[in-house]
Design a protein around this ligand. Structure first.
Ligand code: ZN
Ligand code: FE
Length: 257
C-alpha cells in the first residue's frame, strides 16, 4: 500500500512523495527543490529515497535532483528526449518502469516541452502528468505546437475516469475562473470553483483531481462540447473549427486571461 503526499515547493509547486511504509522506501516526482524532500527524510529516519521520477527539464522540476541523488543514491528516471541532470534511466513512450513494487507506464506527452513524459499506474490509477494536464487547465506551450498538446491531452483524457491526476502546480483556482468564462452555464464548473475556493482559503491542496472531474470541468478536454464551440463563435466569429483549432484558440485566450 503506497501513500502519496504533496511536499510544497516554491510558490505553487508540489513534489509528490510516494511512501511504501512496509519497506520504508519512498520516491519523489519532479523535485525542483531538494530541501523539502531532505527535510522529510530527516524527519523520517530509516527511510530510503529509492527513485526520482522526472516529467520534463524545466528548472522547477529538476532543480533538486543532483543534491538528492548525492545525498541518497536514488535512481533518476526521466524523459529520453530531454537533458535531465543525473539521469540513470532514459524513458520513451511505451516503456514500463518498476517503482516501489509498482509498474508505471511511460506516456510521451509533447506540448509544454517537446520531450515531456507522464507516468501512469494502471492498478492504482495514478497519473503523474507534470505540466501537461492541470486541474481544470493545461500547461503553456513553451516548445510544442497546439496540435501536439491537444493530441497529448486527448491521450491522457482517454485513460479510465477514476484515474487520479497528480499534476505539479496549484493552479486550479485560476484555471477554474477561466473555465467559467468559457462555460458560464456549466454547473459542475461553478460547483468546483466554490469548492476549490473554500479549500484554498483554508490553505488546503486542490489535488489530486480525477479524470472524470477533468472531463466535466476542464475546458481543454472539452474542445468538442457545443457550449465551448459556441463561446468561441461569439468571441471570435462563427467558423467551422476542428477540436484542435478550438484547443488552439482556448490556449491563446488563456495566455492573456
Ligand atoms: Zn514546466
Ligand atoms: Fe512547472
Amino acid at each position: 500500500m503506497i501513500k502519496i503526499d504533496a511536499l510544497p515547493a516554491f510558490s505553487d509547486n508540489y513534489i509528490w512523495l510516494l511512501q511504501d511504509s512496509g519497506q520504508q522506501r519512498c520516491a519523489v516526482v519532479d523535485p525542483g527543490d531538494a530541501a523539502p524532500v531532505l527535510a522529510w527524510l530527516n524527519a523520517h529516519p530509516g527511510w530510503q529515497l529509492s527513485d526520482i521520477l522526472v516529467t520534463h527539464h524545466h528548472h522547477d522540476h529538476v532543480g533538486g535532483i543532483a543534491q538528492l541523488k548525492a545525498a541518497t543514491g536514488a535512481r533518476v528516471l526521466g524523459p529520453a528526449r530531454e537533458t535531465i541532470p543525473e539521469r540513470d534511466s532514459a524513458l520513451k513512450d511505451g516503456d514500463c518502469v518498476e517503482v516501489l513494487g509498482h509498474t508505471l507506464n511511460v506516456i510521451e506527452v509533447p506540448g509544454h516541452t517537446l520531450g515531456h513524459i507522464a507516468y501512469y499506474q494502471a492498478e492504482q490509477h495514478w497519473l503523474f502528468c507534470g505540466d501537461t494536464l492541470f486541474a481544470a487547465g493545461c500547461g503553456r506551450l513553451f516548445e510544442g505546437s497546439p496540435a501536439q498538446m491537444h493530441a497529448s491531452l486527448q491521450r491522457l483524457a482517454a485513460l479510465p475516469e477514476r484515474t487520479l491526476v497528480y499534476c505539479t502546480h496549484e493552479y486550479t483556482l485560476s484555471n477554474l475562473r477561466f473555465a467559467q468564462a468559457v462555460e458560464p452555464d456549466n454547473a459542475q464548473i461553478a460547483e468546483r470553483l466554490q469548492q476549490v475556493a473554500a479549500w484554498r482559503q483554508a490553505g488546503q491542496i486542490s489535488l489530486p483531481s480525477t479524470l472524470a472531474l477533468e472531463r466535466a470541468t476542464n475546458p481543454f478536454l472539452r474542445c468538442a462540447e457545443p457550449a465551448v464551440i459556441e463561446t468561441l463563435n461569439c468571441r471570435e466569429g462563427a467558423e467551422n473549427r476542428s477540436s484542435a483549432q478550438v484547443f488552439t484558440r482556448l490556449r491563446a485566450w488563456k495566455d492573456n486571461f
